[in-house]
Design a protein around this ligand. Structure first.
Ligand SMILES: O=P(O)(O)O[C@H]1O[C@H](CO)[C@@H](O)[C@H]1O
Ligand SMILES: Nc1nc2[nH]cnc2c(=O)[nH]1
Length: 289
């Protein structure tokens, strides 16, 4: 393994060897990967014939340090499809380099997935949103990337993907259409949104002035994850679907300041995770392997 940050971190061979080691711990061969956001890991409990691999059993994996992120891979069957769920993700603010935050995406690709579903808890910036809404990601703004911390910085190995990848179309149109149709069938119309997610580095929540700035830039929701994973997934040819649970509304005015806390984020997660899980499960049922 290289420690030189100017390179990709783990080489193509490293990633394949990690994937091979992990697959030896399970009978399943997943075609769909799911990354669970803060407090949204409950989907893993719905998996049939589960095989659980703890991150600490994979020596190259980072440790999940954030409350609401348990730190395990769950393999099994969901809606008849073979899936792997990351119950716990890695965040840049935990002190990991960006490539390490998204490294599991390459491992899942090497394990055979062709679709990645990313979920997250996010703050609402669009004043028309409400706490508890579900927002399908139409697009994202990679704020760390725009300021020099793109997840793909470093020497590029073309076996992962091209040096200068397009990020237009990161979120798959067909999956978005299917998810919207499912949401209507489930009666989620009034809480379903579609919009732009912006990633900030964290761990600080936004000031009022920052929330105003992010909103003026065209973002509908803000969080501290997802974008590096989606960028790496698109780079290596995966289809991506992203969805946010709006756990709180960002303050855009000094007259109505809401000081967001992680406890609040987890509490809304607990209350609303069921609907998000139902939508994601139904979508999985529709994905062609
Ligand atoms: O993006 P996920 O992992 O859902 O977590 C979100 O919730 C945490 C803040 O409460 C931050 O980590 C933010 O990114
Ligand atoms: N305001 C805000 N709320 C969140 N909820 C989950 N993540 C976030 C975030 O980054 N900002």
């Amino acid at each position: 393994m290289t420690t030189d940050q100017s390179e990709v971190g783990y080489t193509f061979d490293d990633i394949n060897s990690i994937a091979k080691d992990v697959l030896q711990k399970t009978q399943h061969r997943p075609t769909i990967g799911i990354i669970c956001g803060s407090g949204l890991g409950g989907l893993a409990d719905k998996v049939d014939q589960p095989d659980v691999v703890h991150y600490h059993e994979i020596k190259e994996f980072p440790v999940a340090t954030v409350q609401g992120h348990e730190g395990k891979l769950v393999f099994g069957k969901l809606e008849g499809k073979t899936v792997v769920l990351m119950r716990g993700r890695f965040h840049y603010y935990e002190g990991y380099p960006m490539w390490k935050v998204a490294m599991p995406v390459r491992v899942m690709k090497a394990m055979g997935i062709s679709t990645l579903i990313v979920t997250n808890a996010a703050g609402g910036l669009n004043p028309e949103f409400n706490t508890g809404d579900l927002m399908i990601l139409r697009d994202h703004i990679d704020l760390p990337g725009l300021t020099g911390e793109c997840v793909l910085i470093g020497r590029n190995d073309e076996r992962f993907g091209p040096r200068f990848p397009a990020t237009v179309g990161t979120y798959d149109d067909q999956l978005i259409k299917q998810a919207k149709a499912i949401a209507q069938e489930l009666g989620y119309g009034p809480v379903l949104r579609e919009g732009v997610y912006i990633m900030i580095g964290g761990p600080t929540f936004e000031t009022v002035a920052e929330s105003r700035l992010l909103r003026n830039w065209g973002a509908d929701a803000v969080g501290m994850s997802t974008v590096p994973e989606a960028v790496v997934a698109k780079h290596c040819g995966l289809k991506v679907f992203g969805i946010s649970l709006i756990t709180d509304m960002c303050s855009l005015s000094y007259d109505a300041v809401n000081a967001t806390t992680h406890e609040e984020v987890l509490k809304i997660g607990q209350k609303r995770a069921g609907d998000l899980q139902k939508l994601v499960s139904c979508l999985i049922g529709k994905i062609q392997d």
